[in-house]
Design a protein around this ligand. Sequence first.
Ligand SMILES: Cc1cc2nc3c(=O)[nH]c(=O)nc-3n(C[C@H](O)[C@H](O)[C@H](O)COP(=O)(O)OP(=O)(O)OC[C@H]3O[C@@H](n4cnc5c(N)ncnc54)[C@H](O)[C@@H]3O)c2cc1C
Ligand code: FES
Length: 241
Amino acid sequence: MRLHTRIVEVIEENPDVKTFRFRFGKVVQAGQFCMVWDGNGEEVPMSFSYTAGLKGITVRRVGHTTALLHNLKEGATLRLRGPLGNGYPVQSMKYLIVAGGTGIASLAPAAEAIAHAGGEFVFLAGFRTAREIFFIDRLKKLGTVLLATDDGTAGYRGVVTGLVEKVLAEQEFDACLTCGPEIMMQRVSALTGDIPTYCSLERLMKCGIGICDACSVGGLQVCKDGPVFRAEMLRNLGVWA
Ligand SMILES: Cc1cc2nc3c(=O)[nH]c(=O)nc-3n(C[C@H](O)[C@H](O)[C@H](O)COP(=O)(O)OP(=O)(O)OC[C@H]3O[C@@H](n4cnc5c(N)ncnc54)[C@H](O)[C@@H]3O)c2cc1C
Ligand code: FES
């Protein structure tokens, strides 16, 4: 069922990314997503970027529908189906969290849930450049946050997987959560080795509920069986080399 809700707040995180906060009475787990429709464009999948109190989605403008969403102002109506899919496993243990770009949208609430459950995290966030950085102040209050930028304008200079190597050489972790470009997640899971590593996949989606098969990978449906998968499973099914 599609729920109509009004946008309470719009936050411009950077020139290409906006967060929309709204009331949504259902319980949402970090890592779950919703199908969002502005009433004109397509319905598109978006992770919940806030899962407690006022809920939120954080949208990077990449094409037609995300541009329409970016035009929405406070008070406008959002039409949502969800929460959909599974979430990240959250326990009282030590996590390595690795975000690439907008991947931070689904991982920030996971870090909050881990802290709330009594666990701890080291959060590695990679961006292209300093002016694209968002959500960091929100996370610094709860755990260790290290930045990587491709151009070196903030934190470690280079791709975030370089930072993963450094941190893994110094610390031990019980589990790893990662979301971002698939090539980044594959590299992260190669580096984490035996540490259980959970990756959030993005695929084109239509129904979001396991009917149309638009999102299938290796016999799995990303919308229903995921979007969060163990890296080991993706390799065993041949989704990843
Ligand atoms: C489970 C899930 C969670 C997501 N969470 C977020 C989020 O929190 N924030 C966010 O900004 N985006 C998120 N996305 C991606 C988002 O759904 C797409 O960017 C959006 O559908 C693009 O629509 P568009 O009409 O603006 O772009 P289009 O014109 O349709 O496409 C523009 C470009 O984006 C690519 N693209 C389109 N749809 C997807 C998709 N589903 N996955 C990957 N690439 C796509 C196209 O191949 C093309 O290169 C998520 C996707 C999934 C599957
Ligand atoms: S989007 Fe239809 S089956 Fe996943």
